[in-house]
Design a protein around this ligand. Structure first.
Ligand code: MIC
Ligand code: SF4
Length: 657
């Protein structure tokens, strides 16, 4: 039967289950990536599993998120990650070498391979024909130990690209268009696969922008075929030996097909404060802009930066705009430095930010109150910039450059008439600058016992979950609405430095809601935990959108949360809840959500029995005096993990440790 590319790669990696959409499957993982904000926990959990060395073809530990280094925490993490990588056989990409997804694409990604990363934008690798999936650190730790990755066998959404992008319209506009069609909700359990004549007009970095921001659709991952463009990119990275042509079979059937004619697209923006709040630039043009930032794993490639450098050449940014530029990797930064592109940017008035996540995760460049910030990033959840009430628009580098010059949101196609600026044609380099000196090889196995792992005092081994009680006596700690993101649950930005210290980081769980709900979530959670009462979070639709950060499960677990009841729960977050023994329940009847009050006491009799063998569970609202049912959408393995007391306990039990 004619197969999609997704199923071809899955078939080659299938270890458990059958390739039937909706069924649980286990796949072999070839490569893993971790980054510092999730990596310390992933490696601490890996250590707790008792496996000495990573078992994958390649595991890379990146440092790219937490580099502001206010206080010793970040540097403690870096040194731990560097030494634990060496001991356990992982490669280590040092701070300054770049954003994990950009560097992985440049130096390690290969068509047809599977990549599991403890970061939700791992699907960037789909731009080079990989099946690249984001997951919680605990799942990645298991994969590093050679274990399968368990997922739902996906439905495949085919996106047929035809035509060619016109000048000043970018691949960012392709994914923004798709977000306007599919939105951020309701795509759980799907993979997006691109095909059609338009594919061959897009370079690998352009494809990677699209697969990167595919994460915002809530899909498992996105994938492009591997073709001559892929070969050219790999050859320019000195890696053509890993090239393999790959595409779907002719006549492959997709569960749904969406057609996008690239030649009809126009510049677009995701308006505040959701990546699917899409409008064409023509409708918002003229709004005053005070800040523009170009960077993040979505748009920080050499091609993006050179487009900016060429357009800014000999021009200045508007006096009321501050411009930040964060090249995605050392390779990009060094090439710009050597070819003069950086000089154009500096002369135009840009503030150069180091190669890393930086402003994307609220580490600096928080905008002024009441001002508009334009970013080439992938997420604009409320407050993510570090400013409450922020107005962040997500745009292409082309729109960002035009707006920085004009001081207002500007359709880049107007630059020709306004300023006589022609669209610069940037050619894919024949040879990228290759210098892997910031990527450290691990100690050889025979010498690994001699490696001293540096553990600063701010690195605290996380507490393990307690077994679930037969009957749960619980209390609602928080009732929240639709589209609650992991940034709401576990804010990053200024608090990111506490990632390796769960008791400390837990103080900020649901921090964004604290003004409304007093006393704080954390205090109330710990008080209930002391009294043996299980904390319950009630959520609306699409609960847990966004990042892979397992701290959004780990920290609530530490605060005594045992159950999340929501209208729908997003894939990575649901897996993280299960891994930390928090039971994810979905309302049978979404109208029951309205009947629950913020402090209600809820009893779940026979919780353990329900997890053992039932698909639904009865919840008794003792305060409101009514009962309602919730769905337990759990695989057999999910049930075993919950019953074992979380993934770590389950993995140890299976290994007989
Ligand atoms: C993000 O973009 O939100 C992050 C920060 O990269 C997260 C990971 C994290 O919270 O550490 C993600 O996307 O998974
Ligand atoms: Fe880093 Fe932002 Fe990409 Fe997350 S989305 S990996 S914070 S650059």
């Amino acid at each position: 039967m004619a197969q999609t590319l997704t199923y071809k790669i899955l078939e080659k990696h299938l270890l458990e289950g059958e390739l039937i959409a909706g069924q649980p499957i286990g796949i072999r993982i070839d490569q893993t990536l971790t980054q510092d904000a999730t990596g310390t926990t992933a490696f601490l959990l890996f250590e707790s599993m008792g496996t000495a060395r990573v078992q994958t073809e390649l595991s890379v530990s990146y440092v790219d998120h937490n580099m502001s280094q206010f206080g010793p925490e970040n540097h403690n993490d870096h040194l731990y990650l560097q030494t634990i990588a060496s001991k356990t056989g992982a490669l280590h990409s040092r701070p300054g070498n770049g954003i994990c997804h950009q560097v992985h694409l440049e130096r390690f990604g290969r068509p047809g391979a599977t990549l599991l990363g403890s970061d939700s934008h791992t699907p960037t690798g789909g731009g080079i024909g990989m099946l690249a999936i984001g997951a919680g650190g605990m799942d990645v730790a298991v994969a590093m130990g050679g274990g399968p990755f368990y997922m739902t066998c996906p439905k495949v959404i085919g996106v047929e690209l035809t035509g060619k992008l016109t000048d000043w319209v970018a691949s960012k506009d392709v994914i923004l268009k798709l977000l306007s069609i599919l939105t951020t909700k309701g795509n759980v359990g799907c993979v997006v696969e691109y095909f059609g004549d338009g594919v061959e007009t897009l370079t690998v970095p352009q494809r990677a922008t699209i697969t990167n921001m595919g994460a915002e659709l809530g899909v498992t991952c996105s994938v492009f075929p591997s073709d001559e463009m892929t070969e050219d990119f790999l050859a320019a990275q000195g890696r053509d030996d890993v090239y393999e042509p790959m595409s779907a079979d002719a006549g492959a059937k997709y569960d749904r097909v969406i057609q996008i004619d690239l030649s009809t697209l126009e510049p677009m923006a995701a308006c505040p404060s959701s990546p699917d709040n899409i409008l064409p630039i023509s409708e918002i043009a003229g709004r005053k802009v005070n800040q523009v930032v170009i960077g993040s794993c979505t748009n920080s490639s050499y091609m993006d930066m050179m487009m900016a450098a060429d357009t800014f050449k000999g021009r200045k940014i508007d006096p009321m705009v501050e411009l930040g530029i964060a090249p995605g990797s050392k390779q990009v930064l060094q090439m710009l430095a050597e070819n003069g592109g950086m000089a154009n940017l500096i002369a135009a008035g840009a503030r150069i930010v180091e190669s890393g996540c930086g402003p994307c995760i609220g580490q600096g460049f928080s905008p002024a109150d009441g001002t508009v910030t334009l970013r080439t990033f992938n997420r604009n959840f409320a407050g993510r910039t570090g400013t409450k009430g922020d107005q962040a628009y997500l745009v292409s580098p082309e729109t960002a450059v035009a707006s920085a010059i004009m001081g207002e949101i500007t359709d880049p196609r107007d630059l020709k008439n306004l300023m006589g600026i022609k669209y610069p044609t940037i050619k894919m380099p024949k040879d990228f600058l290759i210098d892997d000196s910031m990527i450290e090889q691990p100690a050889p196995f025979e010498e690994s016992s001699k490696v001293e792992v540096l553990r600063g005092p701010t690195i605290v081994v996380p507490e393990s979950p307690k077994q679930l009680p037969e009957t749960l006596n619980g209390k609602v700690l928080l009732k929240c609405g639709d589209k609650i993101t992991t940034d709401h649950i576990m804010p990053a930005g200024a608090f990111l430095k506490y990632r390796s210290n769960v008791p400390e980081y837990s103080k900020y769980v649901f921090n964004c809601f604290n003004e409304e709900i007093q006393p704080t979530f954390a205090e109330r959670g710990l008080a209930l935990k002391k009294d043996g009462i299980g904390g319950i979070v009630v959520g609306g639709d699409s609960y847990g959108q966004g990042s892979s950060r397992e701290h959004a499960a780990l920290c609530p677990m530490y605060l005594g949360v045992r159950v999340v009841i929501a209208k729908a729960i997003e894939r990575i977050h649901k897996a993280n809840l299960i891994n930390f023994c928090i039971v994810p329940i979905e309302f049978d009847n979404p109208a029951d959500y309205d009947k629950i009050g913020a402090d209600d006491e809820i009893e779940i009799a026979d919780l353990v029995e329900a997890i053992e063998n039932k698909d639904s569970v009865t919840l008794k609202n003792k305060t409101g005096g009514f009962e309602f049912t919730g769905k337990l959408n759990l695989s057999a393995r999910d049930r075993d993990i919950l019953l074992a007391g979380g993934l770590l306990a389950y993995t140890r039990k299976k290994a007989g440790k």
